[in-house]
Design a protein around this ligand. Structure first.
Ligand code: ANZ
Length: 957
């Protein structure tokens, strides 16, 4: 406890702003705001319609990335973004906007399920308790949320609509001609009429129900397929790529992970790759995040080229290459170990021409090609994609015994299987050009394969691939020559040549993969899918939603011997026979039938893919969201051509997956006509992290940070010196600080101010409990400028402020206004502090007009004390909906500053300039000044150094 806020001083000043007084003020106003519905934003219609005058204002939809309700509760790092959006939202309310700001909970997730497995407590019970705890913590911060709009993703009337969206996605397909999703019924109609041929070529009428389902499955935006997935027997579940470490083990538990073919649900997000890329341009997002999304989508322009396989009349092997210009240098081929054509091209025996010296390496010591490939596949199965692609790792592979023909040189080139080629990218097969590709070079060196350069490297370039630009060499035959062309010219020439001969074409390839959507878990949304006797999947009609999770005793996935790759997952839901096997009438005209439910659950991402929409119309039972309400809050408008939330704040760790998935769902819903916004989030802002000091003793163990003492810049714990470093905040590092303890010690307003004052919002900053008191003192001085600490009387006077005070006031208003709009809350606080100090120093009572405007300036940042002072100043309406003060330009501009212009260090001119002048403006002004022009007298200028607003230094040649 610090002594500043308790003790003797209070007796002398019974009306001083102290922690106890802050606690009283804060609790009182929080109760008032709740009872009054102060933060309720009216909808234009529906059950949340309210004050029509407010609904007629321009809207602002301000949103946080909603939290997972963890059992550990909040530490002071968590609310940084929530406070920031709250300050911004309050400022927007005070500048004439109808502001929607609320917060829900992303509440499905693994921790609650694991806790259930350990303790038997139902995940719903522990999750709801955590939500209540977090709500109480958040309420103490005075966040101005419209509580009517809050929900958790585990609420059945929320996940009803998550399931409904799934059925919409399932029942649609992507029409690449009109470039949008359309109802699957349209596709059926095209198949029926013959306008579109079925994948098998047979007329639709002749297909069985199963064949029809298979045909549609190739088009549906949500489809089940047998795909190679990361199967982790030790955890009993399939994992996303992100959950697998670089050395092929589970991030959690460190168990081996295997590639296994399992039947899983997928979302065809790849259909939207182009639109997901293109629409980024109009979004107001940090460039770094846009770049990460672009890289993740990974658009590559290149070509597909067919290679015939010697002695094999079947399909050729098609490769994807970004460098078709290097085709003359393709001296071998590689197929991914999982490639479907391998078995068809394997000869029964090793050919005679396997080079003698490399025989052991090429054949892996196996008696036949099929044995060699089988052994190699087994070995490759246990590696992750990342591991397989690691550069400069020893390249492994085996010869298939087959040869392909290079279509331009006619050479026989050996076909290898090697794990540096991935099945999930391009066609899973490459033409290898060691002369121009580093990985191919390494492989060719290891296996003694020929290397032909097809791009001229610079002089002296030896011993490695040349991946740069240069003229083509060694690239002619009787029909075509690329020699001398640069890379781009050569690419387009060879693509035309290949296309004319029907053995290749230009294509675009994306790194983006379809989204694996099944999880073998209990605590997630059940799929609204049932299978009939033929195994055909059907979506449940809306009337059967929500499909609620069954009550179960056993939440655990079945785990297996960690090394047993041949096992199959058993989902917790599959053990509930009564829930799984059901008789239903799906309304398809065939009456009640027996079905089996899908027993996977949706991944954690599902609930956060559309939650912005539910905030708009949270109680709608008929529709996902009323279109008029959606249009009002989310619809496109000037400067926001794709519509979306006006400000979305959250951590940069969600740069890709959450944001990409949400964008994808948004586009599907738009295509199907359910929403008017194409994009969910127009402006995105990533807040920095609050870091914390970790103190370690001589053994390196963290000690309780709260008990560390500082003496002369050194740190001591229980008398022993400890070392300080910067790290994460959390229980394990013994440095977690909760908002509750800071609120008890100083009040929530001080906490809010401190968090906002720590630095620019997007920069990470270290928490320092000792520094919090600085903001507490600011509030005490603010209080003292309005209230007499001894009597509690308001001291302001109805007098005209002096000129200097007017200047200080309007400069502050002007600066704070700009800072608020730009989320620069730290500098806004600095300006408020300056104004407040000016008033303190001036002494004597403060003019009412100044005090009131100061309180309004503070209101977004420290709403409780502002509300209290506002009422004490005699107002009966809440400060929350007052107009933000407007600066009077006559007082807001600073007086001029004198700028000195020097030439070769000698002063040649003095110019009066505004203090806000930019370097460029100042340089132009100086260079045009008549004394400067005269002094230069046409001399050559070597350099101009500008330090706005005070100095311009011209260096002549
Ligand atoms: C021949 C070639 C010559 C290539 C050359 C590169 C340089 P990006 O840019 O990432 O799209 N590739 C294609 N499919 C692959 C797969 N499934 N696994 C591993 N590598 C694969 O990379 C495309 C290039 O990566 C392709 O172009 C192919 O190698 C390789 F001088 O083909 B290239």
């Amino acid at each position: 406890m610090t002594e500043t806020n308790t003790g003797a001083a209070e007796v002398a000043a019974p009306h001083r702003y102290t922690a106890a007084m802050a606690a009283d003020i804060e609790a009182r106003w929080q109760d008032f705001w709740d009872a009054d519905g102060t933060y309720e934003a009216p909808n234009p219609s529906g059950d949340l319609a309210g004050d029509t005058a407010i609904a007629a204002r321009p809207k602002k939809f301000i949103m946080d990335m909603f939290p997972y309700p963890s059992g550990a509760g909040l530490h002071v790092g968590h609310p940084l973004g929530y406070i920031a959006t709250d300050v911004y939202a309050r400022h927007q309310r005070m500048t004439g906007h109808n502001v929607l700001h609320t917060l829900g909970f992303d509440a499905f997730g693994l921790p609650a399920e694991q806790y259930a497995v350990q303790t038997g407590t139902h995940p719903r019970v522990s999750t709801e308790a955590n939500i209540e705890n977090m709500k109480a913590q958040l309420r103490r911060l005075g966040l101005g949320h419209d509580k009517r709009r809050s929900f958790a993703t585990i609420d059945p009337d929320y996940y009803k609509w998550t399931q409904w969206i799934f059925t919409q996605i399932f029942d649609s397909w992507y029409d690449h001609e009109s470039k949008k999703a359309r109802p699957i019924a349209d596709l059926v109609a095209e198949f029926e009429s013959g306008e579109r041929t079925t994948p098998s070529g047979s007329p639709w009428s002749e297909l069985s129900a199963v064949e029809r389902a298979e045909a549609l499955g190739q088009y549906r935006l949500a489809y089940a397929s047998n795909a190679p997935v990361n199967w982790c027997p030790g955890l009993g579940t399939v994992l996303a790529n992100e959950e697998v470490t670089a050395d092929g083990r589970s991030e959690r538990g460190n168990f081996p992970v295997f590639k296994a073919n399992l039947r899983q649900w997928n979302m065809r997000i790849t259909a939207y790759a182009d639109r997901l890329l293109d629409d980024l341009d109009a979004l107001d997002w940090p460039e770094a995040i846009k770049l990460q999304q672009r890289n993740w989508i990974g658009r590559s322009e290149g070509a597909r080229v067919d290679f015939a396989v010697e002695g094999h009349d079947g399909e050729p092997v098609t490769v994807f290459t970004t460098r078709p210009d290097t085709l003359f240098g393709a001296t071998y081929m590689v197929l991914a170990p999982e490639h479907g054509l391998i078995d068809a091209i394997l000869p029964a025996e090793w050919p005679r021409d396997v080079p003698q010296d490399a025989r052991g390496l090429w054949t892996g010591g196996a008696a036949t090609p099929s044995e060699a490939v089988a052994a190699y596949r087994k070995q490759a199965q246990s590696k992750s994609d990342v591991e397989r692609q690691t550069e400069h790792k020893d390249k492994t592979g085996v010869f298939t015994g087959a040869y392909a023909l290079n279509p331009v040189t006619g050479s026989r080139i050996p076909v290898f299987v090697a794990d540096y080629v991935l099945m999930g990218y391009g066609t899973g097969a490459i033409m290898a050009v060691p002369g121009q590709d580093e990985r191919d070079w390494e492989f060719a060196e290891a296996f003694g394969l020929p290397i032909i350069r097809t791009v001229q490297p610079p002089d002296g370039w030896e011993g490695e691939a040349f991946t740069g630009q240069g003229p083509a060499v060694n690239s002619s035959n009787d029909e075509i020559s690329l020699d001398g062309l640069d890379v781009n010219e050569a690419k387009s020439k060879i693509i035309t040549w290949l296309t004319d001969r029907g053995i290749g074409e230009g294509t675009i390839n994306f790194r983006l993969r379809d989204w694996l959507f099944s999880r073998q878990r209990y605590w997630g949304e059940p799929f609204p899918i049932v299978y009939d006797e033929d195994g055909v999947a059907h979506a449940l009609p809306e009337s059967m939603l929500p499909l609620e999770l069954p009550e179960v005793d056993d939440y655990a996935p079945r785990t297996f011997e960690p090394d047993d790759a041949d096992t199959q997952p058993e989902t917790p839901l599959s053990r509930n026979g009564e829930w799984v096997d059901v008789e239903l009438d799906l309304g398809r005209g065939d009456g009640a039938r027996r079905y089996r439910r899908e027993t996977n659950t949706m991944p954690n991402w599902a609930g956060s893919c559309w939650y912005e929409l539910r905030y708009l119309d949270p109680h709608n039972e008929q529709q996902l969201v009323d279109p008029a309400i959606e249009q009002y809050w989310m619809g496109p408008r000037e400067g926001q051509p794709h519509g979306g939330v006006d400000l979305y704040v959250g951590g940069a760790e969600h740069a890709v997956l959450h944001l990409l998935y949400a964008r994808f769902w948004s586009k599907v819903l738009f295509d199907l006509g359910h929403v008017s916004s194409v994009e969910p989030f127009h402006k995105l802002f990533n807040q920095g992290m609050i870091q914390a000091y970790v103190y370690r003793d001589s053994r390196g163990f963290p000690v309780a940070a709260a008990e560390v003492e500082e003496r002369d810049g050194k740190f001591f714990f229980a008398g022993e010196p400890v070392k300080r470093e910067l790290g994460k905040m959390g229980k394990s590092l013994k440095n977690a600080v909760t908002p509750d303890e800071i609120a008890v010690e100083y009040g929530a307003d001080t906490l809010r101010l401190y968090e906002m004052a720590m630095g620019p919002l997007d920069v990470s900053r270290p928490w320092d409990t000792r520094a919090v008191v600085g903001q507490y003192r600011l509030l005490q001085r603010l209080w003292r400028n309005v209230v007499d600490e001894a009597t509690g009387e308001v001291t302001v006077v109805d007098a005209e402020p002096d000129e200097a005070t007017l200047r200080a006031l309007h400069k502050a208003i002007d600066g704070v206004t700009q800072d608020m709009a730009a989320l620069r809350f730290n500098t806004a606080i600095a300006k408020i502090t300056e104004l407040n100090n000016h008033l303190t120093k001036a002494g004597g009572p403060v003019a009412r007009s100044v005090a009131e405007r100061l309180v309004l300036l503070v209101a977004p940042l420290a709403p409780h004390i502002a509300e209290e002072l506002w009422h004490r100043l005699g107002h009966s309406e809440s400060v929350v909906h007052q107009d933000f003060p407007v600066a009077d330009p006559a007082y807001a501009v600073d007086e001029a500053v004198t700028c000195v212009v020097q030439i070769k260090g000698k002063v040649k001119a003095r110019i009066e300039v505004p203090p806000s002048i930019t370097d460029a403006e100042l340089e132009a002004l100086a260079m045009g000044h008549e004394s400067v022009v005269a002094a230069l007298d046409g001399a050559g200028i070597r350099k101009v150094v500008v330090r706005a607003p005070k100095l311009v230094n011209i260096v002549t040649a």
